[in-house]
Design a protein around this ligand. Structure first.
Ligand SMILES: [Zn+2]
Length: 309
């Protein structure tokens, strides 16, 4: 059996074990994608968030928003985005993009340890944790329930700009009351993993085939990542494209979850144009279909086309 077949079979077994173990929670492992001939991207569920819709959508034109959401069979009554942690394996490195929320954020999230158990993956196998940004649902999972590093053998790769922002002791006072706990929580976790951290800058190839691509605005140093094997490429967008409807159809609308909404809107448009122009696939932390899809354009609007596995 060739390496690719072995990988394919292994992932099939992962999914089978997962579905059997978790019954109706079939979403917990989703979407395995071969990349080139020897690498795989898989998304693992960390659960989902429950956010006040007005916090996310409050600054948008409400009538048009309701019409837009209705077309996507969704409404403003609740907002529960799922959380997809991306696993990348190329036979040499086993890379996790973001660490999930850990045990202390929301009861509906922090499920990654269960997902690891369900698929027979040990946190010890992770060689690198690459952070898109330091919001709780992405970084709090670097520590377990005993405040020990959950990925003890992993190098944690952090964009320097993002690190500097959250490391700055002034941030907890300047970020605003709503997010002060985000700042304190990020700092505490960053201190705990400091010895495992390496830094990168925009444009840098951080690992073979993985390049950092600035997408500032959701947080000051938010990063996307272009993962490429030959002609095959996927953009890991993190929260730069944070939902499947408004972010694509009206990328210029200001979203309340973005710390600098105008910069985030600019980053969204730029990212969408690049993904479209280069005919890449994308995977988003809060997108449906396990986060995988591609982009189409209709007039001035874009569309997320989910690609279920
Ligand atoms: Zn998020």
């Amino acid at each position: 059996m060739g390496r690719k077949q072995q990988l394919s079979r292994r992932i099939f077994l992962y999914q089978g074990a997962c579905l059997a173990a978790l019954g109706s929670q079939a979403e917990i492992v989703r979407a395995d994608l071969p990349l080139g001939s020897s690498a795989w991207i898989t998304t693992l569920s960390d659960g989902y968030l429950s956010l006040p819709p007005e916090m996310v959508f409050g600054a948008m034109p409400q009538k048009e928003l309701e019409e837009l959401l209705a077309r996507h069979q969704t409404s403003l009554s609740k907002y529960e985005p799922n959380c997809n942690v991306v696993l990348y394996r190329d036979g040499e490195n086993t890379v996790l993009f973001d660490a999930g929320a850990g045990p202390d954020f929301m009861a509906t999230s922090g499920k990654l340890p269960e997902t690891f158990d369900a698929i027979g993956l040990s946190p010890d196998e992770i060689t690198h944790v690459v952070l898109t940004h330091a919001h709780p649902d992405h970084i709090w999972g670097v520590l377990d329930g005993f405040d020990d590093p959950f990925f003890p053998k992993a190098v944690h790769l952090f964009g320097r700009k993002e690190w500097d922002y959250w490391w700055n002791p002034a941030t907890v006072d300047s970020i605003g009351a709503d997010r002060a706990s985000f700042a304190a929580g990020a700092k505490r976790r960053m201190e705990a993993i400091e010895d495992q951290v390496e830094f990168f800058d925009d444009g840098q190839e951080i690992l073979p085939g993985i390049a950092a691509r600035a997408a500032y605005g959701h947080t000051p140093g938010h990063m996307a990542f272009e993962v490429r094997k030959g002609n095959d490429a996927v953009m890991v967008v993190g929260d730069a494209l944070g939902n499947p409807h408004v972010a694509f159809e009206r990328p210029g609308w200001l979203n309340g979850t973005d710390q600098d909404p105008k910069a985030a809107a600019t980053a969204r448009k730029s990212l969408l144009e690049q993904i479209l122009a280069e005919q890449m696939r994308l995977v988003g932390f809060h997108l449906p279909s396990g986060g995988f899809g591609r982009v189409e354009k209709a007039g001035s609007a874009y569309r997320f086309i989910g690609e279920p596995s």
